[in-house]
Design a protein around this ligand. Structure first.
Ligand code: NAD
Length: 283
């Protein structure tokens, strides 16, 4: 069994982006800029945003966090997005999800200029992703693809199973694997017999949010197992959706939690922001 080390790969990518950033500044006077909109007091959201801002600083990007209270109106968030769409120093706009219940999230995400949609959540970019066109792919599934590439794992022809079908994790993950010519099975909360699907998979990708959802008896011998889930246990430990201790004995490759997909997500956000900033050269 080999560990798919997202921490190590993300560091390598961050070093590469730092160098690219220096070149961009030297040759074109461009500093990539990321604007983050953070609404409310959810501790996990605050932690993620802090990590994203820190990563921007590390590679030398400009970043700004628009912090808003839980009671903010739809109009105020929309006004901020419109301003960021127009701001020439901002290449990427990210709205930290989830938003409060009174906010229409779809409307907010659709207002982001698709050319600045570094999270890849805009339906325009999602449509392009489904069609296999150049786009901003959502950072988490994109990070999984990069991790597989690093370890020379080719999805082509593999039986893949994606457990979890959200718009930001499962669905784009399935699209990327399909575009890479895997045969993709997508499972969700209403899947009748989850084990019958997971057990067939050469490549099992899980993004649900339930500790130990995937146990060793649900995994094929020698499978490649990617755990996207992040769950905080009562004792404070972070775990994924896969019973790592037992599944790792059967898998050929497996991602740890933490240190697997999580750091790759941040690295891909930086990569997408750099890509967005490079569009300034062509314009
Ligand atoms: P979500 O709640 O939007 O979606 C969960 C999906 O899992 C749904 O499609 C649901 O149908 C499915 N599901 C729920 N229970 C199930 C069950 N018993 N069997 C099969 N499917 C089931 O969550 P999300 O935003 O997609 O996030 C999923 C997980 O990934 C969470 O743990 C989240 O913290 C994690 N996540 C990690 C990263 C990262 O950087 N590693 C990024 C985003 C999300």
């Amino acid at each position: 069994m080999q560990i798919l080390d997202g921490k190590k790969l993300s560091q390598k990518i961050i070093e590469h982006i730092t160098l690219e950033n220096i070149k961009l500044k030297e040759h074109y006077g461009i500093t990539p800029g990321l604007a983050v909109i953070l609404v409310g007091d959810d501790p996990a959201s605050h932690t993620y945003v802090k990590m994203k801002a820190k990563a921007c600083k590390e590679v030398g990007f400009y970043s700004i966090v628009h912090e808003m209270p839980e009671s903010i109106t739809q109009e105020k968030i929309e006004e901020t997005i419109i301003l960021m769409n127009q701001n020439p120093n901002i290449d990427g706009i990210l709205v930290q999800l989830p938003l409060p219940k009174h906010i229409n999230t779809t409307k907010i995400l659709e207002l982001i200029d698709p050319a600045k949609d570094v999270d890849g959540f805009h339906p325009y970019n999602f449509g392009r992703l489904m069609q296999g066109l150049d786009t901003f792919a959502p950072c988490t599934p994109l990070g999984v693809m990069e991790l597989l590439k690093e370890y020379n794992i080719k999805p082509k022809g593999l039986d893949a199973c994606v457990v979890g079908a959200s718009n930001i994790v499962g669905k784009p993950m399935a699209a990327l694997l399909l575009n890479a010519f895997a045969t993709v099975d997508i499972c969700h909360i209403y899947t009748k017999d989850l084990q019958s699907h997971t057990k067939r998979a050469d490549l099992l990708v899980v993004g649900v949010g339930k500790p130990k959802l995937i146990t060793a008896d649900m995994v094929k011998d020698g499978a490649i197992v990617v755990d996207i889930g992040i769950n905080r246990l009562e004792d404070g430990r972070l775990v994924g959706d896969v019973d790592f201790e037992n599944v790792s004995k059967k898998a050929s490759y497996i991602t740890p939690v933490p240190g697997g997909v999580g750091p790759m997500t941040i690295a891909m956000l930086l990569q997408n922001t750099l890509k967005a900033a490079k569009k300034r050269i062509q314009d």
